[in-house]
Design a protein around this ligand. Structure first.
Ligand code: ATP
Length: 401
């Protein structure tokens, strides 16, 4: 459909990058990037109108996003060199603007394009041997200065290498090592590094990516005091299991999983170093506070729960005001299996426990609504949690007496 609209308007449009890469590899990808040789916003508007979708225009950058109901998100961007073309000029016949646009990208595997309009619909455009590199399972940069230009690509290289089980090309690896040795991360805005770290922690297996970061000396570049040892790796592995459990168990309760890894990542650093990194990475206040909470209060909470044995109802009272992330973090942090199980049980069963008995039942028993109501119901709930109740009505009568 985008192609039809582009053809009508006589504009060249291509789907590019990650979507094409994943199409060839066979991985699900709901983010479609379209590059237009011309005004992307015009095409996006016309397309949205045709499919009656929602369009969001960013005039400053000449980009637009159309969101489809089935989860697909289509981004439209103008190939840079085309934006200021004189009005009325003939549409470009050659693909120079597209090529220039693709040349700015990180790796060859991300430079494939498929033409969407005209007679060449569906044609694969491959200026930089991306297809060959996908087949050979290689991550390769497009030119020798790539990591200097943008050191966050170092993190992207490791992320893609682990995700697709690709190797980093020999030459690319050499360039990567030089970039790390020169500590080029210092030249990047911390915010961008943080974003890439977050992407890493959103992957299925961050542990393997951080292992690679350690291997290349990237952790030490962030902080010389970074420790990446067996204990940390086990912690990451436990987080992964708990995140998977949580994803499978709930639709309703959402959690920020990447932040669990991020807190675990920073945990062994001294407090002033944690603060420095959060500041350098320009982590937004709410996230920084949650991370620090997980690290410090999470530690206290884990110690407390490991040390004393609490009844179910006591555990319920301790946890009920805690964020989802905190309960998950403590469950991942502890190596005590029984504590972990009880925390997960809390998330799965206890916190949503609904009594059969309601306030109405109390009214019928001739009680007046008020603080006492809540007290009775809470007490009853505690007793149910502690397995002391066979029949709620009997228990209630006992309680009221
Ligand atoms: P994912 O599957 O993780 O979303 P993606 O390739 O779609 O992978 P994005 O971060 O959404 O990744 O980036 C979209 C495209 O923009 C990429 O295909 C890549 O070519 C390009 N890109 C992103 N970041 C950079 C960068 N730092 N340098 C060069 N190109 C980049």
């Amino acid at each position: 459909k985008v192609g039809e609209v582009a053809t009508e308007k006589g504009i060249n449009a291509y789907v590019i990058g990650g979507f094409v890469r994943d199409l060839i590899i066979g991985r699900k990808n709901l983010d479609v990037d379209i590059v237009v040789e011309g005004d992307a916003t015009e095409l996006a508007r016309a397309f949205a109108k045709k499919i009656m979708g929602k369009v969001h225009i960013f005039d400053k950058f000449k980009t637009a996003t159309v969101t489809l109901s089935d989860g697909f998100k289509i981004d439209f961007a103008s190939a840079r060199t085309e934006i200021y073309r004189a009005p009325g000029a003939l549409p470009e016949v050659d693909t120079a603007p597209l090529k220039k646009d693709l040349f700015r990208r990180d790796f060859t595997i991300n430079t494939l394009a498929v033409k969407l309009n005209g007679r060449e619909f569906g044609k694969l455009i491959d200026f930089f041997n991306g297809l060959k590199d996908i087949k050979e399972k290689k991550i390769r940069v497009l030119h020798a200065l790539s990591f200097v230009e943008d050191p966050t690509r170092i993190l992207r290289a490791l992320r893609f290498a682990v995700r697709y089980r690709f190797n980093i090309g020999k030459h690319t690896e050499k360039l990567l090592k030089i970039a790390v040795r020169k500590n080029l991360f210092r030249t990047v805005e911390g915010k961008r590094v943080y974003l890439e770290l977050k992407h890493i922690f959103e992957e299925d297996n961050p542990l393997r990516i951080v292992n690679r970061m350690e291997e290349y000396g990237i952790l030490k570049a962030f902080s010389p005091r970074f420790i990446w040892n067996r204990k940390k790796r086990d912690f990451f592995e436990r987080i992964r299991k708990i995140v998977n459990w949580h994803k499978l168990t709930f639709n309703k309760h959402k959690a920020n999983y990447s932040i669990l890894y991020f807190a675990a990542f920073l945990e062994s650093l001294p407090a002033d170093e944690v603060d420095r990194l959060l500041k350098d990475f320009s982590v937004p206040d709410d996230e920084a506070n949650l991370i620090k909470n997980l690290i410090y209060r999470g530690r206290q909470l884990a110690v407390k729960l490991e040390r004393e044995s609490f009844s179910n109802s006591e555990l319920y009272e301790i946890l009920k005001r805690e964020k989802e992330e905190m309960v998950l973090y403590v469950a991942a942090r502890t190596t005590k299996e029984d504590l972990k199980h009880r925390l997960l049980e809390y998330l799965k069963e206890w916190r949503d426990l609904k009594l059969v008995i309601t306030g109405n039942d109390l009214k019928e028993m001739g009680l007046k609504p008020g603080p006492l109501f809540k007290k009775i119901l809470t007490e009853l709930k505690h007793r149910v949690l502690d397995g002391k109740v066979d029949n709620e009505y009997d228990a209630l009568e006992e309680e009221v007496k």
